[in-house]
Design a binder for this molecule. Structure first.
Ligand SMILES: Nc1ncnc2c1ncn2[C@@H]1O[C@H](COP(=O)(O)OP(=O)(O)O)[C@@H](O)[C@H]1O
Ligand SMILES: [Mg+2]
Ligand SMILES: [Zn+2]
Length: 454
């Protein structure tokens, strides 16, 4: 007889049959823990042994109205949700401890309550008095939100059953405890079981359920990825402690576009919406410095200008450093290789640091050209003019590929006072943005244009 699996990854939930330092499924370190398997217990009877109820089938052409949504009035939140809150949806909000999840969701609960949704906030982490103090500080003390502190899932479900709210916030899923599962709160089995019960309740009763999940690094508590596939919408709340910006990012959304972001600023009165994030992200820019390049990006459906900063210096190490914050390290290596082999600009013996200002994370390949330009600018110690934005994808041959939404990028840049865009030739523009486009065929041409070399 096969031995039961008793090891689980707290980061992704994968099962393993022995302990190891690194999870084979997700690659995280020190996340494998010993845990009772979820399917423990007497062998189940085959499902075929007992008749079920025949299910109703429908045509593909059946017309169904789009889900009715409720807006919170917080535009940055509503956009990330795909245009408001969908009834009976299950939403996961993940993020580092202290990033502002409880603050955001108390504000959200209050806003939805003021729009007429019956809203419940259940905390397993903080005392009611603490939450009331936060509500007072945020100016939300009079919002019609019902509050409870509880971790027993059975009690919570009983309460939800009789209260039948439109919206319930569970803060956090890692503190919930289902008494029919034999493991500690925060374990993979508990988090899974709790999330399953709550999402099932959402579908059955039409309640929107928001699960808060802490991102954990130490592998003692299951992380939010364990429940990602059980919910309709996965949002991550990101930011750096030292920065006041917070980004709410949709990484999965059954009811709207993924990749959509909402930008907030953490203030003494809670999270304030940032309606013009480009202006905010560029606000700390000084006079044009070598290595600094403004990238005209798109996040979800909205254009966003951010600054890439590169530093290139002679390395004292035999293995030069490649340090990246806010951009993909593998992609940086690729761009360095293209610069070296297609443009003859070597980076051997040089340390390379690349940073996205403001704590923003960029994943668009359209930022390739901005990165390459920042690297060149830093290496040659030549500043890019302050009125110039850059975007475009770089292929391994060194050719530049046009990217989507060129017109939107140009418009946003124009709004913020930029006059010139370095972009791939063949970029589709409507010509209405009022920016001078410098079309570039390949990376070597960019090198020549900016530095008179090539
Ligand atoms: N009294 C306060 N005044 C101003 N800011 C506060 C106060 N209390 C907490 N904060 C800020 O709110 C942040 C977010 O807290 P919280 O919403 O509880 O985060 P999370 O739920 O993600 O752990 C804290 O890190 C802190 O910066
Ligand atoms: Mg919290
Ligand atoms: Zn894993």
């Amino acid at each position: 007889m096969a031995k039961p699996m008793t090891f689980t990854c707290t980061a992704c939930g994968a099962a393993a049959n022995k302990w190891s330092g690194r999870c084979e499924a997700c690659g995280d370190w020190n996340t494998i823990v010993e845990e009772a398997p979820l399917s423990a217990g007497p062998a189940r009877k085959s499902l075929g042994a007992q008749r079920g109820t025949a299910i109703r089938l429908s045509d593909l052409a059946t017309e169904e109205a789009p889900p009715p949504r409720t807006g919170s009035g917080i535009a940055e939140l509503d956009r990330v949700l795909g245009g408001g809150l969908v009834p009976a949806s299950a939403i996961l909000v993940g993020g580092d401890p202290g990033i502002g999840k409880s603050t955001l969701l108390l504000q959200a609960a209050a806003s939805f309550a003021r729009k007429g949704l019956k809203s419940l906030y259940i905390s397993g982490e903080e005392a009611s008095a603490q939450i009331r103090m936060r509500a007072q500080r945020l100016g939300l003390a009079d919002a019609p939100v019902k509050l409870a502190t509880e971790t027993n899932l059975r009690n919570i479900l009983t309460t939800l059953e009789s209260e039948a709210p439109d919206l319930v916030i569970i803060d956090s899923i890692q503190t919930m405890w289902a008494d029919n599962v034999e493991s500690a709160p925060g374990s993979v089995s508990q988090v899974r079981a709790s999330a399953h019960e709550l999402t099932t309740f959402a579908k059955r009763k039409g309640t929107s359920v928001v699960l808060v999940g802490h991102v954990t690094k130490d592998g003692q508590i299951a992380g939010p990825r364990v429940v990602e596939h059980m919910v309709d919408t996965v949002l991550y709340f990101e930011g750096e402690r030292g920065h006041q910006f917070r980004i709410l990012r949709a990484v999965k959304n059954r009811f709207g576009p993924a990749d959509e972001i909402g930008v907030f600023e953490m203030t003494g009165n809670g999270l304030a919406e940032v309606l013009n994030p480009s202006a905010l992200f560029l606000s700390e820019r000084d006079a044009p410095a070598p290595g600094s390049v403004v990238f005209a990006g798109i996040e979800g459906t909205r254009p966003l200008l951010v600054e890439f900063q590169a530093l290139v210096a002679a390395s004292p190490h035999s293995q030069p450093r490649r340090t990246v914050v806010g951009w993909d390290g593998g992609r940086l290596a690729m761009i360095l290789a293209v610069l070296e082999s297609r443009c003859g600009i070597p980076f051997t013996g040089l340390d390379v640091y690349l940073n996205v200002a403001g704590g923003m994370k960029i994943t668009e390949p359209a930022a390739d050209l901005a990165v390459a330009t920042a690297l060149l600018s830093a290496r040659e110690d030549a500043a890019i003019p302050a009125d110039t934005v850059v975007f475009g994808e770089i292929s391994l041959s060194g050719a530049l590929r046009p990217v989507g939404q060129t017109e939107n990028r140009l418009k946003e840049a124009g709004k913020l006072g930029f006059t010139t865009a370095i972009a791939p030739a063949r970029s589709k523009t409507g010509g209405g943005a009022g920016l001078a486009l410098k079309p570039m065929g390949d990376l070597a041409q960019v090198v020549g244009e900016i530095f008179g070399a090539g």
